[in-house]
Write a protein that binds this ligand. Sequence first.
Ligand code: ADP
Ligand code: MG
Length: 253
Amino acid sequence: VPAGTPLIRVDKARKTFGGLVAVNDVSFEVKAGQIVGLIGPNGAGKSTTFDLITGMNHLTAGQILFNGKPLSGLSPREIARLGVARTFQHPKILPDMSVLENVALGAHLRGYSGVVKSVLHLDRPEEASLLAEAKRQIERVGLGPYMHRPAGDLALGQVRILEIARALALDPVVLLLDEPAAGLRHGEKQELAVLLRKLREEGMSILLVEHDMSFVMGLVDHLVVLDFGTRIAEGKPQEVRENPAVIAAYLGG
Ligand code: ADP
Ligand code: MG
């Protein structure tokens, strides 16, 4: 896909839970080769927006297009297979299983191998290709030395990177990361930023949810700010940071 092509287009997306408008007619795009930041205070609607894009929740109104085609009616598995992979705000790892098993199993369960069956009952070529792909992604993100260690031994920063490897094993076109830097130490945040820049250089497109504005500043190409479900600003990170509505939302939140 040529750089700059719109990959994800969120078009007046709306999600209500009873009387609460969690996502209030929000529009933005993720273009090929970009890292787009989606920021805002707690409860702004960031994770719900991810759920809408990935089919884990349904739009009340509006539409979401991937490569120009509406995603409405598709299951999370079908959307993943089209090339939209995500991580979760609260990592879902199996602590007693190895890093390799976590990546292979996660990719399998999210649709990599297509057919629903236990990873233990895969035929051999299928299992071999799943493991080879998992190994490739673990090396790619720099977790090679931990391949056979239990995932429960990893530091939080490494767990977040493990989750990214698991999403990459789906061979996505776009990667959606939900607060990958939350709770990380300064050095871990820097390592994460280095990885995300490397993925962008390799052609990956990324939508990054983040609470901490300073983390996204030097990293993202475009920034979208939500507050109480509404898009209050978007544009270049430096411009957005100086927007009075954004400053007020962050001081108030
Ligand atoms: P963020 O990720 O920006 O912190 P969320 O998208 O998780 O925000 O939540 C946005 C709003 O929607 C919050 O007020 C939250 O309580 C509400 N919300 C999220 N999911 C649900 C749900 N399944 N049922 C009811 N309310 C929800
Ligand atoms: Mg959230």
